[in-house]
Write a protein that binds this ligand. Structure first.
Ligand code: GRF
Length: 200
């Protein structure tokens, strides 16, 4: 069966990458093949997860490459050499320019740990998202998978899942619950949905 060649871009622990690899192995992402992992951080644990799964991986550091332009060119070259058609941002913390996102219009998806349009956009990443949700006192939060365009967290929404906030939540416990109850199932489901549409 034809599959969409997919790259996953990471910066950190890679639990979302792991969820994708696990679901792919279980046969739950039949329309995509994760064939490349790219990190902008040399010692990201996500790279070890890629290595363990036998998936090709590469590191590109903006600092070492000297500019945003050189950084993106290196990534694009790597994506093209590997025939990548679809990109998943799974905890990728580097900024991508409008040139980059336009080049891959409707072919980059991102997971964000809130129900967009709440707690998203510039400055809302990592624990900050969950701190803001707790400060506001929302009773429901969740995760969103969306297409990536030049507006941070501004592209078309693909899937969302709600998660309950508990009275005694800390940013850390809320972050963990959002991952367990939403992110790790939502991202594989969204990848399959988008890849399936691309195959049509
Ligand atoms: C997740 O919370 C994701 O929503 C956000 O960054 C975090 C990445 O975690 N974009 P991991 O590296 O997948 O464990």
């Amino acid at each position: 069966m034809l599959k969409v060649k997919t790259a996953v871009l990471v910066s950190g622990g890679g639990t979302n990458l792991q969820a994708l690899l696990d679901e792919e192995r279980k046969g739950n992402i039949p329309s995509a093949e994760i064939s490349l992992v790219i990190s902008n951080v040399k010692d990201a644990y996500a790279l070890e997860r890629a290595a363990k799964a036998g998936i090709k991986h590469a590191v590109f550091s903006k600092k070492e490459l000297g500019s945003q332009k050189a950084f993106e060119e290196a990534i694009i070259t790597c994506l093209e050499e590997n025939g990548i058609e679809l990109i998943v941002l799974a905890g990728f913390l580097a900024i991508l320019s409008a040139d980059f996102t336009r080049r891959y219009e409707n072919r980059i998806i991102n997971i964000h740990p809130s129900l967009i349009p709440a707690f998203c956009g510039k400055g809302y990443y990592g624990l900050r998202v969950h701190e803001a949700a707790l400060e506001k006192g929302v009773k429901i939060t969740g995760a969103t998978v969306h297409f990536v365009n030049e507006i941070p967290d501004g592209g078309k929404i693909i899937l969302q899942k709600a998660v309950e906030v508990k009275e005694d939540d800390t940013p850390q416990t809320l972050q963990r619950r959002v991952m367990e109850e939403a992110e790790w199932s939502l991202l594989p489901a969204a990848l399959e949905k988008v890849a399936k549409d691309l195959l049509k």
